[in-house]
Structures are given as structure tokens and as C-alpha cells.
Design a protein around this ligand. Structure first.
Ligand SMILES: Cc1cc2nc3c(=O)[nH]c(=O)nc-3n(C[C@H](O)[C@H](O)[C@H](O)COP(=O)(O)OP(=O)(O)OC[C@H]3O[C@@H](n4cnc5c(N)ncnc54)[C@H](O)[C@@H]3O)c2cc1C
Length: 425
């Protein structure tokens, strides 16, 4: 069977790409190894660089139903209750960038994208179908996929593992877009020298109904608290009814998880199993000296889910994003630390750029992918680098932290506002 455009991975990047291409009239086949979208229990911040594109995707009304619209971003030292700096996200900010700053539950966002993809009607979504192998030639891409049989699907397992009850198939495509996330199989097979490594960072995530919190702890803004080797981010989601919290901390991992260990192929999922006593110890270290508000919020949460953070070197050129009939998109192409809250934002920008490049039907498909990569690699590399820099700034200790805090209190909004990031078109 021959198909034009196949996308591997129906995460935020793959769904966005199928929407963007669908709006240009391009049919796609979207392969997703999970059998259902399931609940992804955490939040997401989307800057105006991303929400501007979502508006063009026709998602404004859907966002109104689910998103929260924080009034401002505030930055604190983790042991103080007075903000060091503040950026208003109100009318002036929206007028400046032509779109709002949104915060969402990931499951809601995924549902919104999925719904829109269905309404456009240009995508053949194949859940429970994993891409196993792909070979690219001058004429086509040969794909080897495996689809779960119905019996396996009925067993309700969420993740896909090839087994005797799976059906191997071959198909060919004009192009393959690898939107298969940080542990991308497309990248592993065709860009084997691009390594992803586990970092010393762990992100503990939790969501909580705001009505369960005392009034003083409820929030309608994004707050960032910075402490030594940790920072805490919180913001409202679900029209402001819930609060999302992420605590990012540097923790000692065993040697097999050191920065030097190249994970190829990457076997772990981002979700970690951390014994309860160990996670209590992590928090006791990270929150030593933290303000009473943070201590109270920590205690108000029943369960924190730990996630290991992975990183990769910033992109060095377009050849790392596209080669011949293959291209990478989102985390598959440029995994990054979440210290700028822009990984999903970049996958949405990628999707938009891919569709714009693809629309040039007069060009050869390989040139269109090359143009997509040329338009994206510098931007993604810059965001990757800034996220890495933020990791050391946010988690600074001693004198460096003092200089950071002085800079924030003197320059405030000028440091928090980032026209190069939010104003990108
Ligand atoms: C703690 C934390 C906080 C974050 N906060 C933010 C934030 O506030 N704002 C923001 O913009 N970003 C944030 N991010 C980053 C964001 O989550 C990612 O950048 C984003 O999810 C990447 O989307 P993706 O579609 O590229 O990959 P993924 O979401 O990982 O999707 C990849 C999909 O591919 C599927 N797949 C994998 N292999 C195969 C295969 N062989 N065949 C078929 N399917 C396959 C997977 O099942 C998955 O569904 C955060 C990340 C973390 C860890």
C-alpha cells in the first residue's frame, strides 16, 4: 500500500502536524503506538508564539472551553513571599504579541487537537500501530509497522510491545515525519549519532482542585520559585479551577544514569518509579528553607509523579532535522529541558512550518522537507540553548543566585519578557 505523508507519533507534535497539513488539503496517515490517548496528568504553558498558531488552526473556541489565562508571571526566591519580578500577561502583552498566554491540562489539549484533526477529516489515525523500521530511497520510504490485533487492544494495555498477536505490515510513503518523541525510533534509525542523555534533573508533577486549597494558596497567575538546585512552577489550568505544580530538582542518580551515559536506543519512559521514602527525601532536601506557602502546598498534594528529564545537544544544522524523504519534528528532532516551557510550543511551530513548506507543490518533496528544516533548526537550537542556560540560572546557589536576584529585581519585566521568543512569526 502506498501513502503520501506518514507521521509517526500522535503526541502534540504529530497531532499538530496532521492538523496543519490537513488544513492545506494534504491527507496524512498518523501512526501511534499507544492504543488510547489516556490521561496525561500534568499541565502545559503555551506562549503567544504557540497560541497564535493554534488560533490559525481554528482552536480559539476550544481553548476557551479548557484553558486558563494567567494574569501575570511572577518570580520569587523560594524562601521569600515578595516577588523579585513580574510580567503582566494582560491586554498590553496580548496586543504586543497578537495572542494570549495560555495554561492547560495536557489531556485537555490532546483532546482538543484530536477533535480538530477529526473535524478536518484528512487524517487516517492508526492507534496501536508502531513504526518498527523505515528505509528511505530516492523514490520512496519503505515502512515496517506493527499493529495491535483487536484481542490485544481489548486487554486494555496502554503501551505497545510487539508480540505474536501483533500484525507486521509493510507500506511505502512519499515522506515520513518522525514525531515520535524524545525516544524517537526514526531518529535512532536514521540519525544514529544524535544522542539523548538522561540528566540529573527530576520533575515532580501534581495537579489539585483549587477549591481544596485555602484561599491564600489559590492562584490565577504563573509563579516560579527559585532555590538552590531546584525550582517550583505553578499555574492554573482547567479554566482556573485546578492548580498545576511542577517541582524540578537536581538529585543524585546512580552511575548508569549519569550525563555521560548515552541512551541509544532510549528504553525508559519519562515516568519514573521512585520509592515513596526516596521521594520524601528528595522533597525534604529541595524544600529545606522554602517559604511556608510552598511547604503547605507540598503537604496539600496527595501524590507527586516523578519524571526523569532528558536532554540533547542543540541542533547544529538543517541536516539534523531532514534528510531526503525523512524529517523530524518536535522532541524527536530537538528534545530540550523544560526550563523555558517551550517543548510543545516548538513542536507546534514545527508543524506550522512543515505545512507551509509542504504547500509548495511545484517543488520536489525532498526540497520541501529541506526548506522546512532550514526554517526551523536555528530557532529550535536557540530555544534549546536558552533552556540549558535557564537550568543553571534557576538553580543557582550562593553569590551567583544573589547576582541573579539583584538583576531580576532591577530589570524585572525586561528580563521576563522575551520578544525573540513570543514574537516569532
Ligand atoms: C516536566 C515537563 C514540563 C514541561 N512543560 C512544558 C510547558 O509548559 N510548555 C511546553 O511547551 N512544553 C513543555 N514540556 C515539553 C513537552 O511536554 C514536550 O516538548 C512535548 O510533549 C513534545 O511533543 P512531541 O509530540 O514531540 O512528543 P511526545 O509528546 O513525546 O509524543 C510522541 C508520540 O510518539 C509516539 N511514538 C513513539 N514511538 C513511536 C513509534 N515507533 N511508532 C508510533 N508511535 C510512536 C508516543 O507514544 C507519543 O504519543 C514539558 C516537559 C516536561 C518533562
Amino acid at each position: 500500500m502506498s501513502m503520501d505523508v506518514v507521521i509517526a507519533g500522535a503526541g502534540m507534535g504529530g497531532l499538530s502536524a496532521s492538523i496543519a497539513l490537513g488544513l492545506k488539503g494534504q491527507q496524512t496517515t498518523l501512526l501511534e503506538k499507544r492504543t488510547s490517548f489516556g490521561e496525561v496528568g500534568a499541565g502545559l504553558q503555551l506562549g503567544p508564539n504557540a497560541t497564535r498558531i493554534l488560533q490559525r488552526f481554528g482552536l480559539s473556541k476550544a481553548l476557551e472551553r479548557y484553558a486558563a489565562w494567567p494574569s501575570h508571571i511572577e518570580v520569587f526566591r523560594f524562601d521569600q513571599e515578595k516577588a523579585l519580578a513580574k510580567l503582566s500577561l494582560g491586554e498590553a502583552f496580548q496586543a504586543r504579541y497578537g495572542a494570549p498566554y495560555a495554561t492547560l491540562h495536557r489531556a485537555d489539549f490532546q483532546a482538543i487537537l484530536h477533535e480538530r484533526m477529526l473535524s478536518i477529516g484528512q487524517t487516517d489515525l492508526r492507534m496501536g500501530t508502531a513504526l518498527l523500521d523505515c528505509k528511505s530511497s530516492d523514490q520512496e520510504v519503505q515502512l515496517h509497522i506493527e499493529a495491535k490485533t483487536q484481542e490485544v487492544e481489548a486487554s486494555n494495555k496502554e503501551t505497545f510491545a510487539p508480540s505474536s498477536s501483533s500484525k507486521p505490515q509493510s507500506l511505502s510513503a512519499k515522506v515520513l515525519i518522525g514525531a515520535d518523541g524524545v525516544s524517537s525510533d526514526v531518529r535512532r534509525l536514521h540519525w544514529p549519532h544524535r544522542h539523548i542523555y538522561a540528566t540529573r534533573h527530576l520533575a515532580y508533577r501534581a495537579t489539585l482542585a483549587q477549591k481544596l486549597l485555602p484561599l491564600r494558596l489559590r492562584q490565577s497567575c504563573v509563579r516560579v520559585y527559585m532555590g538552590p538546585q531546584m525550582h517550583w512552577v505553578q499555574y492554573p489550568i482547567r479554566c482556573g479551577e485546578w492548580l498545576n505544580m511542577v517541582v524540578l530538582m537536581e538529585v543524585p542518580f546512580d552511575a548508569t544514569h549519569s550525563k555521560d551515559t548515552v541512551q541509544t536506543p532510549l528504553q525508559q519512559t519519562w515516568h519514573e518509579q521512585v520509592p515513596l521514602e526516596l521521594s520524601h527525601w528528595h522533597f525534604s532536601q529541595a524544600l529545606k528553607g522554602a517559604s511556608p506557602d510552598l511547604q503547605d502546598l507540598f503537604r496539600a498534594v496527595g501524590e507527586w509523579s516523578p519524571w526523569r528529564l532528558f536532554d540533547t545537544n542543540p541542533l547544529k544544522g538543517a541536516h539534523q532535522l531532514a534528510q531526503g524523504r525523512l524529517a523530524l519534528l518536535g522532541d524527536a528532532g530537538h528534545a530540550m529541558l523544560p526550563f523555558l516551557a517551550q517543548g510543545a510550543g516548538m513542536s507546534i511551530e514545527d508543524a506550522d512550518a512543515l505545512a507551509n513548506a509542504w504547500a509548495h507543490e511545484e517543488q520536489a518533496v525532498t526540497l520541501r522537507l529541506e526548506n522546512y528544516a532550514q526554517s526551523r533548526w536555528r530557532r529550535n537550537a536557540r530555544v534549546q540553548r536558552r533552556a540549558q542556560t535557564n537550568a543553571s540560572v534557576f538553580h543557582a546557589k550562593g553569590a551567583f543566585a544573589g547576582v541573579r536576584d539583584l538583576g531580576l529585581s532591577m530589570l524585572g519585566e525586561r528580563l521576563l519578557d522575551m520578544p525573540w521568543l513570543y514574537g516569532h512569526r
